[in-house]
Design a protein around this ligand. Sequence first.
Ligand code: NAP
Length: 268
Amino acid sequence: MNAISVKEYVNLEKERIKGLIQAQSLSLSLGIVQVGHVPSSDAYIKGKMKDANELGIKAVLFHYEEDISEEALAREVVGLGKRKDIDGLIVQLPLPKHINEKAITSLVPSNKDIDGFGIDSPFTPCTPKGIVDYLSDLGFAFRGKNAVVIGRSSIVGKPLSHLLLSKDMNVTVLHSKTTKEDTAFYIAHADLICVAVGHKWLIDHTYNFKKDAVIIDVGINRGEDKHLYGDVEPNMPVYLQTPVPGGVGLLTRLSLLKNLLEAKTHGI
Ligand code: NAP
């Protein structure tokens, strides 16, 4: 396996995508819908707009006040979905509590749903796609190997476990009802451990790992000291562990750009 860091991989991929866009003189545009101001969402949106700018992609933020009604937001999203000058449209989550997220995200037309959240979206959800593309680039041998996915959300854990199954891995999905004893058993036998829970250092040095295992840490947890922490304690004795920050967040952002490019070039 080629132990290229996430940062190096993402930078190389961004250069490659930029080259493709320039070579084909593509003009790409990304629409981002935001309601209110959740601090973490502000940071994610800033990152997505920075990536887009670096690659010569036009990113436009459509911001709405916190108290917008679900009906008014729905009308806006439907209108944006029809615009010819927007190739990919995403709704930054979370939305305020009075708005049904599923109802709103399902209004994004499937050919522009580059987050891959809708059931009809032809795009792979960004976080699982980013993880599997990175592992493939590392030369990770998926077939017949043991994967443990901790967390079963519809945007990370579940789609990731399906993707890994499609790569012929033996996939075990753990969740909040799994005992620590069982978690320890599965982790000790795992070649790939993906943790997407949202609990600082849930997996730590008290667990035994295979020394050639790969750990993908999806979690983003803000500590009381305001720093970001993953779901896995850093520096576990394994072959490779993705850092937080500077790990899966970058892979997720990269996938969004790849999905946008696909939306434009494949005429999805
Ligand atoms: P979520 O919807 O809150 O789901 C959390 C999952 O963790 C649930 O399936 C839950 O199990 C499980 N869980 C909770 N406590 C557990 C425990 N003690 N042991 C084992 N499993 C437990 O979370 P999400 O949206 O998937 O996000 C997970 C984390 O990843 C968050 O920190 C989020 O910020 C981060 N994230 C990062 C990125 C990125 O790009 N880096 C992208 C998305 C999410 P039950 O189903 O039994 O409740």
